[in-house]
Design a protein around this ligand. Structure first.
Ligand code: NAD
Length: 240
């Protein structure tokens, strides 16, 4: 482990073209559960599996139940950035990291000070009326009981990509550009099972693919450096 950390430290110190690609595991040390770990959302008991509830068709069919789950299980307004978010933001300020590409919807990279953040799956902080397009903040979703409504009467929907919905093409293309041009690609806190996001790793053309994850993933054998463990602890230790 010591050897791997030294290697990553060296690659980071030598590069000014690092890109980070991450997922829910980046925020577990902030107290937000991921989807697939043993203590994650998929292992809790609900009437429906999470990917059914947070799908477009379920949202349309049953907005009350969608919002009950979404408000209880997906919103963490008091969560704070952890050592991983802070380390990535420091690397950007030092001119080393070009972009953070995230599958997360929690806004914690921006809260840590990162500026170039590609939110592949949207953000809980942006919400809009499906009838008149009026924008709303997170509080407008949290506060009322049941389905949140606009002053015009329309339903307020989070700007979050639900299952069955497409990703924003401009964000996806920009992410592909960053990854294909990166010298060092650090992938962390993601099971790499949600597509098309997981496929982004295939655009990397360099020889410094770093994987920092608690569990094994499909790209362990392809990565040039694999570090097993908690990403906040790891990045917090090696980024000054
Ligand atoms: P996932 O739940 O499928 O996988 C999480 C991965 O992170 C696992 O492999 C786990 O071993 C690893 N992990 C957990 N904690 C870690 C830590 N501290 N350090 C290192 N690794 C850690 O998550 P995913 O791949 O991002 O895909 C799930 C989908 O869930 C995404 O589309 C995302 O939008 C959504 N999601 C987002 C949040 C959030 O915004 N914080 C939370 C839950 C789910």
């Amino acid at each position: 482990m010591e050897k791997e950390l030294e290697q990553l430290k060296r690659w980071i110190s030598e590069s000014s073209n690092i890109v980070f690609f991450g997922g829910a595991g980046v925020s577990t040390e902030s107290g937000i559960p991921d989807f697939r770990s043993v203590d994650g959302l998929y292992n809790m008991q609900y009437d429906y599996p999470p990917e059914t509830i947070i799908s477009h068709s379920f949202y349309q069919r049953n907005p009350e139940e969608f919002y009950r789950f979404y408000k209880n299980k997906m919103l963490f307004p008091d969560a704070k950035p952890n050592a991983a978010h802070l380390a990535l933001s420091r690397l950007e300020r030092q001119g080393k990291l070009k972009a953070v590409i995230t599958q997360n919807i929690d806004g914690l990279h921006q809260a840590a000070g990162s500026r170039e953040v590609m939110e592949l799956h949207g953000s809980v902080h942006r919400n809009y009326c499906t009838r008149c397009r009026q924008a709303y903040d997170l509080e407008a979703i949290m506060k009322p009981d049941g389905v949140p409504r606009c002053i015009c009467g329309g339903i307020i929907k989070p700007d979050v990509v639900l299952y069955e919905e497409g990703l924003d093409q401009a964000t996806l293309q920009k992410s592909v550009r960053y990854i294909s041009q990166a010298e060092v690609l650090i992938v962390g806190g993601t099971s790499l099972t949600v597509y098309p996001a997981a496929g982004l790793v295939d655009y990397y053309r360099g020889t410094k693919l770093v994987l920092i994850n608690r569990d094994v993933t499909a790209i362990d054998s392809r990565a040039n450096l694999v570090i097993s463990g908690k990403i906040g602890e790891i990045l917090g230790q090696i980024v000054d």
